[in-house]
Structure formats: structure tokens, C-alpha cells
Ligand binder design. Sequence first.
Ligand code: SAH
Ligand code: SF4
Ligand code: F3S
Length: 459
Amino acid sequence: MATKKLFIKTYGCQMNVYDSARMADVLAPLGYGPTDDPAEADMVLLNTCHIREKAAEKVFSELGRLRRIRAAREARGEGRTVLGVAGCVAQAEGAEILARAPFVDLVLGPQAYHRLPEMVARLARAGEAQLDTDFPADPKFDHLPAPGVRGPAAFLSVQEGCDKFCTFCVVPYTRGAEYSRPVTDILAEARALVAAGTVEITLLGQTVNAYHGEGPDGSPWGLGRLIRALAEIDGLDRIRYTTSHPRDVDDDLIAAHAEVPALMPFLHLPVQAGSDRILKAMNRGHDAAAYRRIVERLRAARPDLALSSDFIVGFPGETEADFADTLALVDEIGFIQAYSFKYSVRPGTPAAGLPGQVAEDVKAERLARLQALLNAQQVAFNRACVGLEMDVLLDRTGKKPGQLVGRSPFMQPVHVSAPAEMLGTVRRVVIDAGQPNSLAGRLVACPGGAPQGPQRVPA
Ligand code: SAH
Ligand code: SF4
Ligand code: F3S
């Protein structure tokens, strides 16, 4: 029984979403249950992101706001809220956080979540702020409890950290070295999720397809093999993985896309830029031609595969000609969805010291041009879905009465009129409308039999 209330605010990537849920799992035995209202919380945790300057700066303004909320609660005689900062800003700026916001009680990096109960106990005993940003030799996964109930679609971290050191990126510093969880642990966590009602699992890792966890036979397994083993779990209808790196797309993973029906035909494969000169300066370890070849092979394996990507504009030294190469690559490959960012200088990363930093207004102008192209591709894809039948995982209630919202195989939100009992199930839907950011459709009376894959979307 929860006797205390926990509020967690999550910034950043899916791994932080997963980690927030894991922190809640760790704190549950201490009597903490979830609340949506920080004003009534006994503990507030900010799970932070350091990837771009804006993301990191948000934390301090939020801390100021929470400090006031905490003071008001204390004045009402409702007790003192424990205020904690977790995640990548905590890892990167641990001591600075305590210096700049000395009213914070807990600062803990992503590898220390299993030690939360200890930190809470020490805080209660000593009454002074606790900091833990060590990278323990012993992986945290060995000490985390079984996951709680997650709902129809859940994340599962299989790999963490990064050894790639792209010159713009803080992740190798905030998440540490690459680590792959053993296959047996992952299968056990997946089975527990499915037993609790999950039907779709997204495997997570900073470079998830660099996965090389120990198999039950002691040999290292790649991601393709792991996906095949997960696909055997009864009741697990859908498998996804993110974020993958072009360098780690191997033959077996490509084959898995052809052979495993549960593996969804949608892949987030960040390319960052289309210019070989910039890709080299970014230390991405591949050129534009290699990216094109990988996409070609993936599409040969799974013809309906749709792609998403990440882009950075205005990396140091990027000329108009370099940027034109990015536009050309986007034009040629065709993405159904994408994230694009202005390059943000991150202290301590190699690119921060490079000559040729690009002016803000140039970055903004290039970003606008890139986003116009990416948006047009997204809208065109959504329109092309009209008239098709797809399997949709109805995973939440809609705003309108009698409406459920789900995810298509391609991660598009799909609005459907459907009874509440269908929540958490995969249904056949015919698409009636394609909006810029979502689809609308109708349930198809299912003639029975196994669900089919989506029909091919015309290019
Ligand atoms: N591991 C993933 C990316 C993780 S970070 C990969 O290798 O692709 C998510 C995205 O944030 C990156 O793909 C990149 O597009 C963006 N990003 C990372 N550092 C950035 C920076 N300094 N400025 C702007 N965008 C950045
Ligand atoms: Fe960052 Fe590059 Fe590692 Fe991705 S592969 S997390 S962009 S260093
Ligand atoms: Fe941000 Fe850390 Fe994820 S920096 S993007 S929360 S790995």
C-alpha cells in the first residue's frame, strides 16, 4: 500500500521514460505511489536530459518553481518534500547542481537508480544532500526489482551507454560505456511485462543495435537473435527497437526484418547529415553512400519498411553545399517522420572547440528549410495511408467519447471509434483520413484468423 506520494517529471529520450518507471519500481517497496501533482508529493524527481543546452537549462528554472511549491506545502503543515535530480544533467553537472541549487536533496546519475533507497535512508539519517554519480562496476540491472504494470506498449532497456563518441554528443559521458544486458534477464523482464498485459515492447539502447549481450549458452548474441527469441513469447504481438546506429546494422538484423512478422516495419535510423565531410567531422563512422546502401538492403528485406531519422543542422564548418547534401539525402530516401535540431554546443565535447561555428540565424534558416521538406514527406505518407488496412494497437482513450487512440505499425497515432473493452488490443482498422500528425480510421469486422501485416504504402 502506498503511503507516500511520488511525482516524477521526465525529460529527454525514451530511456529516461523507462528509467523513470524503474525508479518508481525501486521506490514502491518504500511506500511511494505515483501522483500527478507535485504540490502533494512527498518526493519529486526530475529525470533530466543534457543533450542540448536548452534541455539542460530547463532543469534550473523547474527547480526554482518546485522549491516554491515545496515551501507552500511545508507551510500548510503537510511535510517536507524530498527534491531529487536524476538523469543526464545530474550525471554531467552533479556538484554544480548542489552549488547552484543547494536546496536539492538528492542528485543521482543514470547508473545509480538502484541505490535510491540507500540515498533516501541516508538523507533521512544525516539530513544532508546526497550525491551519487559513480559508474558502478556492478550493473544496476542486477539490483532492480521486477517491473510493475506498464500498459499495452512498454519500453525495455537492453543496452545502455555509448562508445561511439560522436563529436557533438554528451551521451558517452552521461551514460558511460556500452553495456548489454544478458539475454536471460531481458527475456524474463519481457515475459513479466507480457504477463501484466503488455503486447508491444520497444527495446531501448543509446545504440541498441550494438547489442551484444551474453546468451544462455554463454556466447554473445546480437540484436537480431534477441528479437527472434522475444518473438517466441506468447502474447507479445509487436517488437520495435530504438535508437539504432547505421554502423551496427548487421546482416542478421536485416534478416530479422524479413523473417520476424512481430518486428514492426518502422525504423528510426539517425543519419544526422548528408555531407561526407560533415559526417566525418561528426565522427559518425560512415558516409552518406553507406547510409543509402543500408536503407536499400533493409527495404529489400522488408519492402514496406518506413524510416525515421535525426538531423543536426549547422554543425561547425557546415557550408551551404554541405547542407544541400542533407536536403538531397532526405529527398532521395524519404522519411515518414523525423527529429531535426540546430547544433548546440556542449561543453567538454570535441565539436565545441571546432572552428567555423555557424551563426544562429543561419542555423535557424537551414532548420526551417529542412523541416519544411521533412514535414512535406510526413504529410504525403499520412495521406498515402488513406484507404489502407492496418493493425492498430489501441493503447489509450481519445478526447472524444467512444474514441480510442492507437499506434499504426509505423507509429502514427490513429483515432478510432471503438468500445473501451478494446483498449490494449491490436485491431484491424481501415484508414479514412490522413492528417499531418495522425490518422483516423474505422474498425474492420475481423473475419478471424491471424492478423495480417499492413498493406504496402505506395511510395
Ligand atoms: N544514439 C543516437 C542519438 C542519441 S541523441 C544516435 O546515435 O543516433 C538524440 C539526437 O539528438 C541525436 O541523434 C542528434 O540528432 C541530437 N543531438 C545530439 N547532440 C546534439 C547537439 N549537441 N546539438 C544538437 N543536436 C544534438
Ligand atoms: Fe551520441 Fe553518437 Fe553515441 Fe548516438 S552514437 S549516443 S549520437 S555519441
Ligand atoms: Fe538526454 Fe540523456 Fe537521453 S542526455 S537524450 S536523457 S541519454
